[in-house]
Design a protein around this ligand. Structure first.
Ligand SMILES: Cc1cc2nc3c(=O)[nH]c(=O)nc-3n(C[C@H](O)[C@H](O)[C@H](O)COP(=O)(O)OP(=O)(O)OC[C@H]3O[C@@H](n4cnc5c(N)ncnc54)[C@H](O)[C@@H]3O)c2cc1C
Length: 388
């Protein structure tokens, strides 16, 4: 059989690797090489998966379908695939990386001994249907697999053509939004806090109701807040902002203690600056004490309301979110080709025989932590199976 794959990202390459054993495969890729986004993942180290695949880490407009894709059988399929292609993994607190901690190792294992015809620098905008065949760039194929990615980070090649192709075949493309991105604030401290990093607990609130809590390194920026813990809150916040709901995050700068006031009492005769410098970046200490107008005081000199405000600020600092970064900076696209119209045992379209979808083009996305590559590999491998 002659099979076309549109897009040489992880989903397309995984599918190609399996299919090409018994079929003639052509991979169309608009870039001059494969895996441009894959090389950027995990800051070049490629967080390729996670040992905790709780379904709450995955998201779709149709959540009931997630377990049909993310399950032990399919996760085993991916692990076996990594072994087959000779990719050795490293487990860092549950986060999986290639042992080399280089995304180039993953790409190299995917490409090695891959017997396909690449058509690089070829942007596919149209697929014709003629009888039972597909015509792409004047070439005829028995089957087509669309693995074009979504709309996020478009400079890597994923700029949404997959969605147009899906729509032309009658597929529903639903709830497209950027996801896993930084948040914009307008609290007035952005210029001062830009560049500071610190470990926090951060919780998101939508219309005053708590939605999610994360722990991790927060990066303060000139436009707002960034870092993986923020990215993991951004999906719900983007959806809520679309509906003009009020969005806020609350920062706990002292996740190391549940009893900050006791700690302050134990140090009551010291200057606040000295106490805070013991657990905060000195620049953040300065900003907070200036904001509270208690810079040159000792804890024992504070009035009761000043003490309460200090504790509240350090453990429950409220920041209104006015916007999120968009597709240009987002790590993934949420929403996509509706899973309702896909046979999840094969990834074949229920509407068009011999047409398949895999990867980020689908209405399935995950948190930071390797979950999005897991989606790409699982769906790519399923789409690559059963073409004998
Ligand atoms: C900066 C960054 C860091 C990330 N880090 C991680 C991480 O550490 N762990 C993790 O799990 N996920 C991470 N992700 C997300 C992950 O990279 C994506 O979810 C994953 O690459 C999606 O794979 P895909 O094969 O579906 O699509 P893509 O990787 O986007 O590949 C699609 C390919 O199709 C090509 N293409 C698109 N349209 C056409 C067309 N019309 N014709 C021909 N070719 C076309 C594109 O050029 C591209 O090469 C990160 C993303 C970014 C942007």
């Amino acid at each position: 059989m002659r099979i076309a794959i549109i897009g040489a990202g992880p989903a397309g390459l995984a599918a190609a690797k399996i299919i090409s054993i018994k079929n003639q495969v052509v991979v169309f890729e608009k870039n001059s090489d494969a895996g441009k986004k894959l090389l950027l993942t995990g800051s070049g180290r490629c967080n390729i998966g996670n040992t905790n695949n709780d379904l709450s880490k995955y998201h779709s407009s149709n959540n009931e379908f997630i377990e049909k894709i993310i399950n032990d059988k399919n996760l085993d399929k991916v692990n076996n695939f990594f072994k087959e292609i000779g990719l050795v993994l490293k487990d860092k607190n549950g986060y999986l990386y290639p042992y080399s901690e280089k995304s180039s190792s993953v790409l190299s294992c995917l490409k090695s001994s891959l017997d396909v015809d690449f058509r690089f620098n070829t942007n596919i905008e149209n697929i014709e249907r003629e009888n039972d065949k597909f015509i792409i760039n004047h070439e005829t194929f028995d089957k087509v697999i669309i693995t074009t990615g979504g709309l996020s980070y478009p400079k890597t090649g994923s700029s949404g053509e997959g969605f147009s192709l899906a729509k032309e075949f009658g597929h529903k493309v639903i709830n497209l939004n950027p996801s896993l991105m930084a948040l914009e604030t307008s609290i007035g401290l952005e210029k001062e806090w830009s560049g500071i990093r610190c470990e926090v607990n951060v919780s998101s609130y939508i219309d005053k109701a708590k939605v999610k809590e994360e722990h991790g390194e927060l990066q303060f920026t000139s436009y707002g807040l960034s870092g993986i813990c923020i990215f993991n809150l951004s999906r719900d916040i983007r959806l809520a902002l679309n509906e003009e709901k009020e969005c806020e995050v609350k920062l706990n700068f002292c996740p190391w203690t549940a009893h900050l006031s006791n700690y302050m009492e134990e140090n009551k005769d010291k200057y606040l600056t000295n106490i805070c410098d013991g657990f905060l970046d000195y620049k953040l200490t300065n900003i907070i004490l200036k904001y509270l107008k208690i810079k040159d005081k000792k804890w024992c000199e504070l009035k009761i309301d000043e003490k309460n405000k200090f504790i509240e600020t350090l453990t429950n600092f409220k920041v209104k979110i006015i916007d999120t970064k968009g597709y240009l900076d987002a790590q993934v696209t949420s929403g996509g080709v509706s899973l309702e119209e896909i046979n999840l045992e094969t990834m074949e379209s229920k509407l068009v025989k011999n047409l398949y979808f895999a990867g980020e083009v689908l209405d399935l996305d995950g948190d930071c932590g390797g979950y999005n590559l897991t989606i790409s590999f699982i769906t790519g491998l399923i789409a690559g199976d059963n073409h004998d």
